[in-house]
Design a protein around this ligand. Structure first.
Ligand SMILES: [Zn+2]
Ligand SMILES: [Zn+2]
Length: 424
């Protein structure tokens, strides 16, 4: 071979080796970004410390059954995608759906490898009846499939990214996930993801978030690597790396053994002793399962900390029944038949309502319209046709029991819209 050819072969080899090396290391900067955030925002650090104290008490009460416990949670999600192809891999609607499904399985303990957890840790496995659901109503009340495609953009993992608040949907109504290939806009395309712990300041600024690399979505990598999104969402609900503080065991969870990040471990996915104890090498919040490919479990202590976080002022509004209606996660909002523009918006007032309420829209405009009212379980409790409807209608005594309802307004041309209604 000519020397230039040898040179080229060598260069190719070095480049491909370094790509493989980059690709195999886990790059979640959650500990670092939260540290920096707290250094720069003392009030938020204070809130964080106080919430850790609250969580401890909350968990004690939970264990002693002193709390009437919510047993299931639904979290409305919006996913912002920056580039429908990232690193040559598809980031389309179906990829997002499959990814959310994997996250749900893992939080719910329905992943198949949940049953093959190391016997030593079988007894402290934890799961939670929580479901992440793509929103079907956007902040304006229009239909959506919960995935918003933007042109390629980077840097959403930088705290001060202007893209983040620009594209955000109300942080108190939706969990916002940003999918991009270049997380820090520095040209390094292999960071896995990052997330911040709950913070009122961040939610007020509409920048609370999970940021994740499209190349590590379900289907774009092996399923164990894709579990890193479960890890990042763990951070979003206040979980800390299991190796935080090394043998100092600073993850604020009692039942996760102390461990250190780097060591002379040979096989990451078998029993290892560090800090004088067996480490929980299969834990979603550690790194060992990433290197070994064996993400399988949260502990019960971690799940309890997540439940406490679900009561944080920034997370609690997400799963309230009224918000599930507002974000449409429990209804079928059929995109094909909806064509209410913003000017033709349908307004219901007062809402919450007592015995009667008004429906107002310029779209009615002398048309024949049909109004159906459903419970959130889909049971029809009211139906009436209004001929030559005025732009404002008064509906009286349509609902007997208090609770959450969906008002479906159907125009003669088939266009329809669902509006959440609360009866006091
Ligand atoms: Zn992490
Ligand atoms: Zn797994």
């Amino acid at each position: 071979m000519k020397s230039t050819t040898i040179f080229l072969v060598l260069i190719t080899l070095i480049v491909s080796l370094s790509i493989t090396a980059q690709n195999s290391s886990l790059d979640c900067n959650a500990s670092e970004v939260n540290d920096i955030y707290f250094q720069q925002h003392p009030k938020s650090l204070n809130e964080y410390k106080q919430f850790n104290e609250y969580s401890k008490k909350f968990i004690n009460n939970l264990k002693q059954n002193k709390l009437s416990r919510t047993t299931s949670y639904v979290i409305p999600v919006v996913v912002h995608v920056y580039g429908e192809v990232q690193g040559g891999l598809p980031v389309d609607y179906q990829t997002i759906v499959n990814t959310i499904a994997q996250v749900n399985e893992e939080f719910q303990g329905l992943n198949t490898d949940y049953n093959t957890v190391d016997a030593y840790f079988m007894g402290i496995r934890g799961s939670l009846d929580i479901e992440f659901k793509l929103a079907t109503l956007d902040p304006d009340g229009n239909c959506t499939d919960g995935v918003v495609f933007h042109s390629v953009a980077s840097g959403q993992a930088n705290y001060n990214s202007t893209i983040v608040p620009n594209d955000a949907w109300d942080n108190y109504k939706y969990m916002n996930i940003y999918i991009t290939n270049d997380l820090y806009a520095n040209g390094y395309l292999f960071y896995n993801g990052v997330a911040w712990y709950p913070s009122t300041q961040m939610s007020d600024d509409n920048i609370a978030r999970v940021v994740y690399n499209g190349i590590y979505l379900t289907g774009n990598t092996d399923s164990e690597t894709a579990s890193i999104l479960t890890h990042e969402i763990g951070h979003f609900f206040n979980l800390i790396h299991t190796h935080e503080g090394d043998c100092g065991n600073l993850d604020q969870v009692m039942d996760t053994p102390a461990e250190i990040l780097y060591s002379d471990i040979q096989n990451f996915c078998s029993q290892n002793v560090q800090c004088g104890n067996n480490v929980n090498y299969e834990n979603y919040m550690g790194y060992k399962a990433y290197y070994g490919g064996c993400y399988k479990m949260f502990t019960q202590g971690q799940i309890n900390r997540v439940i406490a976080a679900l009561n944080h002022p920034t997370r609690q509004p997400l799963w309230q029944p009224s918000n599930l209606i507002a974000t449409g996660v429990n209804i079928d909002c059929n995109l094909s038949v909806i064509d209410f523009t913003l000017e033709n918006k349908v307004i219901i007032y007062p809402n919450p309502t007592n015995d009667s309420f008004n429906i107002m829209s310029n779209a009615f405009n002398g048309e024949d319209i049909l109004i159906n009212i459903y419970t959130i379980l889909g049971q029809k409790v009211y139906q009436k046709e209004y001929k030559n409807a005025e732009s404002s209608l008064t509906i009286e005594n349509s609902i007997k029991s208090s609770g959450y309802y969906i008002v479906k307004v159907i125009l003669k041309n088939g266009k329809q819209i669902n509006i959440p209604l609360i009866k006091k």
